[in-house]
Design a protein around this ligand. Structure first.
Ligand SMILES: Nc1ncnc2c1ncn2[C@@H]1O[C@H](COP(=O)(O)OP(=O)(O)OP(=O)(O)O)[C@@H](O)[C@H]1O
Ligand SMILES: [Mg+2]
Length: 661
């Protein structure tokens, strides 16, 4: 499927187009001007200039537009020839050319054209420069002129000199010159670099540097181009990967629409474009890039050197080369980043399978060092490298460590992912309990509680249900298993209770009760107290507040006996909530909320009523009571948001806290 993205509306770039329009104003007013438009490949230079060209043509400018090609110095004046050929159809340009044989030679019918093999062999430079200046001056006398020279990073020496010549010589002619070039191609020794530096010192020359498109502009562009053929998640993914680069985004979108799974590999055209820049480097520099690609977008200098296998002097020269060619960019004092994440992907995707495994293995060996592992995030990286180098025990141990670290850092989503990863590897490792420092069920519980803390309660419920069934199937349960079963049952009941669904609420009560029954009350433990406290909470969905009170008081006593003040706090909150309900008088209907049944709108009934749209009681409910009871939040005094968000307003370890315990 072909996406006609380039035909769409130009997005963003208001400032830049504004600057180019002011440039056209100047040219119209007889002040010659030059704009050098720069930016990374694909960022939108040509699109911007096309817009300016369109507007200029609409204002009556004579437009001459030519492009350089990636042909080195072999074809002099190529963009000029291109521009003249394109415009030669217009009468005024044709006439102006006919009186300038030096310029006509650039056209095929002029006898020279693209067969010229040296700017000195067939053309006298002065004649040529004079001819161009004369042509522009003649055209400008009749009306404003816009000369566009695209992709000057590929320009031949003569074209570069011509641009310098025109920038210096044009003053009062009604001429605007716009040149574009790629900044990512402009390595330190690139011949255009000193030319740009010189030009920008001239008063009539301005620089228009294009930054990546901002997210809203790119989203607008992609949404229009996708025409509803891909979903929001894919669009977001493309946006994240493209980092504001319109061309990359379009390539990824096209691949996504055609079902090429671009999340796994780069579209061929994009990979080829990116790799063409890598292939220009020496073998050593390419080796550094390969090692850096395996290290990640941010590559630690020491690691990359070790993985590249180069000795210091070779390595330093190779890194310098990669930096000079703008493929790597220094990042702080200790490493490098790829100029663009997709560049890393392209290099990574180009690795041979054995080479990739070997490099990942080297990275794992380097990272598996206590000093390095002390840095947060290293364990997670190590897990990835181990997996990619087929080191399952290493990946398992690193995942456990990464999960623990993420949990300590308050990153539950990541902790869940690492625990899940470790669980997936559990059976492929010798002595997993020893490495993990816990039983499989405990790791499952950790994974589930972290899923819930990250907001994914459904995932937590799914995991806990499976764990509960697995434990129930065990023939004999020792002390540890009984304890674990209690924690799993309590958490499952609690999470079910937080789902706003009557069936889940009923299941919560059932599981909470079963958990209390299965947890030994003696000797006193905080686990038993917690199970009772959660049971009391789940009972709040029913009308019988006396039962709730009784269970909350049991929980309070059990928590005191177990010296578990955080569970006491929990039970007290439930009791406080009941007192609050019982003591509240309704000023609107004058009925007392002390007996919810009397109001005709108990929490549960009113929830049903609010769903069906009809009150459960023939008596009109008091708006205020309804207001506080139409959602189960009213029966969960401390819970107002997601499970994750509730953590901040609860005492540590209380019902909302999901420590696996
Ligand atoms: N502001 C924009 N609005 C809409 N589309 C855009 C915008 N910028 C770029 N594009 C689209 O992104 C693609 C790449 O843009 P463009 O060709 O202008 O990049 P470039 O910077 O000229 O790249 P190169 O250095 O390779 O010449 C094109 O299809 C273009 O139409
Ligand atoms: Mg371009």
């Amino acid at each position: 499927m072909v996406l006609r993205v380039s035909a769409g509306r130009m997005v963003g770039r208001d400032d830049e187009i504004g600057r180019l329009l002011r440039l056209l104003d100047d040219a119209e007013a007889g002040r010659s001007v030059v704009a050098l438009v720069s930016g990374d490949a694909g960022v939108g230079k040509s699109r911007l200039v096309a817009e300016a060209t369109r507007l200029a043509a609409g204002r009556g400018f004579t437009v001459l537009s030519g492009q350089c090609a990636e042909l080195g110095d072999s074809v002099p004046y190529l963009p000029l020839a291109d521009a003249l050929r394109g415009a030669a159809q217009a009468g005024a340009v044709r006439d102006a050319l006919s009186s300038r044989p030096a310029l006509s030679m650039l056209l095929p019918e002029g006898g020279g054209g693209l067969t010229i093999d040296s700017d000195r062999s067939g053309l006298a430079r002065q004649q040529m420069f004079g001819g161009v200046l004369g042509l522009l001056t003649e055209l400008a006398a009749a009306g404003p002129v816009l000369l566009v020279l695209e992709d000057l990073h590929w320009a031949d020496t003569s074209t570069r000199d011509l641009v310098t010549f025109l920038s210096r010589m044009l003053h009062r002619e009604r001429v605007a010159l716009i040149g574009t070039y790629r900044t990512d191609d402009l390595h330190r020794r690139h011949p255009l670099r000193p030319v740009v530096a010189e030009l920008l010192r001239l008063p009539g020359v301005i620089a228009v540097d294009l930054a990546p498109l901002d997210p809203s502009a790119l989203a607008e562009h992609l949404t229009a181009a996708a025409q509803g053929r891909i979903g929001a998640t894919e669009l977001n993914d493309i946006m994240a990967r493209a980092e504001g680069n319109a061309y990359y985004a379009e390539e990824l979108l096209a691949a996504s629409v055609s079902g090429d799974r671009p999340e796994q590999s780069l579209p061929a055209g994009l990979a080829a474009l990116l790799l063409s820049r890598v292939e220009q480097l020496s073998d050593a520099a390419q080796q550094v890039l390969r090692a850096a690609a395996v290290a990640g977008r941010k590559a630690d200098d020491e690691l990359v050197q070790a993985a590249s296998g180069l000795v210091s002097t070779e390595y330093e020269a190779a890194v310098r080369e990669a930096v000079t060619h703008q493929l790597l960019v220094p990042d702080g004092t200790e490493g490098y980043v790829f100029r663009h994440a997709l560049l890393r992907e392209a290099v990574y995707g180009d690795l041979l399978p054995g080479e990739r495994t070997r490099l990942h293995g080297t990275m794992s060996a380097l990272l598996a060092d206590e000093h390095r592992l002390a840095t947060p995030g290293t364990a997670a990286e190590l897990a990835q490298h181990c997996l990619a180098s087929h080191d399952i025990p290493g990946a398992f141990a690193a995942s456990i460590r990464a999960g623990d670290e993420a949990e300590r850092l308050g990153a539950p989503a990541e902790a869940h992912r690492h625990c899940d990863q470790a669980l997936a590897l559990w059976e492929r490792v010798a002595e997993p309990e020893k490495t993990a420092g816990m039983a499989r069920g405990k790791l499952g519980l950790l994974s589930a509680t972290n899923a819930a803390d990250s907001g994914d309660v459904d995932r937590a419920v799914h995991l806990l249900r499976r764990l509960r069934h697995a434990l129930a199937a065990l023939p004999d349960k020792g002390h540890d298993e009984v304890n674990l079963a209690s924690r799993i049952g309590e958490r499952l009941a609690f999470y079910l209770w937080t789902i706003d669904d009557a069936k889940a609420a009923a299941e919560a009560v059932e599981i909470a009760q079963a958990t209390v029954d299965e947890t030994p009350a003696d000797p006193p433990t905080w686990q038993y107290a917690r199970a009772v406290a959660t049971y009391a909470n789940t009972l709040l969905v029913d009308d019988n507040f006396d039962v709730v009170r009784e269970q909350a008081e049991n929980a309070l006593a059990a928590a005191r006996a177990a010296n578990a003040p955080w569970v006491q706090a929990d039970a007290l909150v439930t009791l406080g909530f009941l007192s609050n309900r019982e003591g509240r008088k309704c000023s609107i209907c004058t009925s007392s909320a002390t007996t919810p049944t009397a109001s005709g709108t108990t929490p549960r009934r009113s929830r049903t009523a609010s769903r069906s749209g009809s009150p459960a009681s023939p008596r009109p409910p008091c708006p205020r009571w309804r207001c506080s009871s139409t959602s189960r939040a009213a029966t969960r005094p401390w819970r107002s948001g997601t499970p994750g968000s509730s953590r901040s307003c609860r005492p540590t370890g209380s019902t909302g806290s999901s420590r696996a315990g």
